[in-house]
Design a protein around this ligand. Sequence first.
Ligand code: UT7
Length: 326
Amino acid sequence: MKRNAGIVGLGCYVPEKILTNLELESIVETTDEWIRTRTGILERRIAAKGQSSSDLASQAAREALKNAGLGASDLDLIIVATISGDMLFPSTACLVQTKIGATCPAFDLAAACSGFPYALAMAGGLVLAGQYKKILIIGSEVLSGFIDWQDRSTCVLFGDGAGAAVVSDVGPDKGILSTYLAADGRYADLLKIPAGGSAMPPSLESVQQKLHTLKMNGSEVFKLAVRNMADAVLKAIALAGISLEKIDLLIPHQANLRIIQAVAERTHVPLSKVFINLDKYGNMSSASTIVALYEAVKSGRIQPGNHIAMVAFGSGLTWASTVMKW
Ligand code: UT7
């Protein structure tokens, strides 16, 4: 009998502190009106001092385990998708493993904003291969520590948060129906943190020039995001062998409302079938799609038997999509 891998428990954690557009007006030369109309973002969460990616990830993980009816000792593998890990090494996944009391193998995955669907594809494949039975996947970011708070073209966009899911065998008639992963390193310069790695180790100069903070060519990323996310949605639907009309909810990466609207228009998915929560959180990179999925399930927007398409896009460039039957 055909088996599928799927999600059996979800968790989410966002920091308490809310940073509104109005507050940003006093930090940088911007306006609530510009941010709202150009991005759709109204506020974002900011981690407390000392709160790291593994802290957020562990909170989300505990809830996902609880909702899956599992304990940390039941886990066979932990994958953390992050670009704002606690340290260059060890991996944030190893820190999460200890914080939640697990003992299984653990590693990080770097696919930026596409991190969650990338991790879901890895976990689904490993479950189907029979290698691991219960895999915890997490998207967790504390990007606020890597933002130039004087650069209005980026600092208004991002927020902190984490989401987690437990992936395991879910039997025949539900679960992950397709995954599609893509990358194009020719565009690596469009969105990056230049310093801090081996190409440009941290130095007094790199810090003075703020090269350890996020740099983005927003308008180029925008165009490529629309084109590739729309294409990825259609590819995942075709790979799942279902028609577009079957999709009950599209969960896109939450970077910019105008990108989401353009993707919906290109794919002919009505906006009423698109989940949007970026107004509350901004762009949480790898955490965006999983937190959106969590909220869609929690609010009842996703019901058993529904077909869900998820799509993400980010630095790399990377993009990825999946279709699941809930
Ligand atoms: O998660 C990974 C994927 N990332 C994304 O998908 C982000 C993709 N890019 C975007 O969402 C958009 O390109 C942005 C929101 C970043 C920028 O929107 P835009 O409509 O492309 O604006 P722009 O960069 O073309 O800038 C238009 C104007 C500029 O002023 P001038 O040169 O026309 O006088 C900017 O300086 O808006 C100005 N501007 C701002 N003004 C007020 C840029 N940021 C701000 C700001 N407040 N925060």
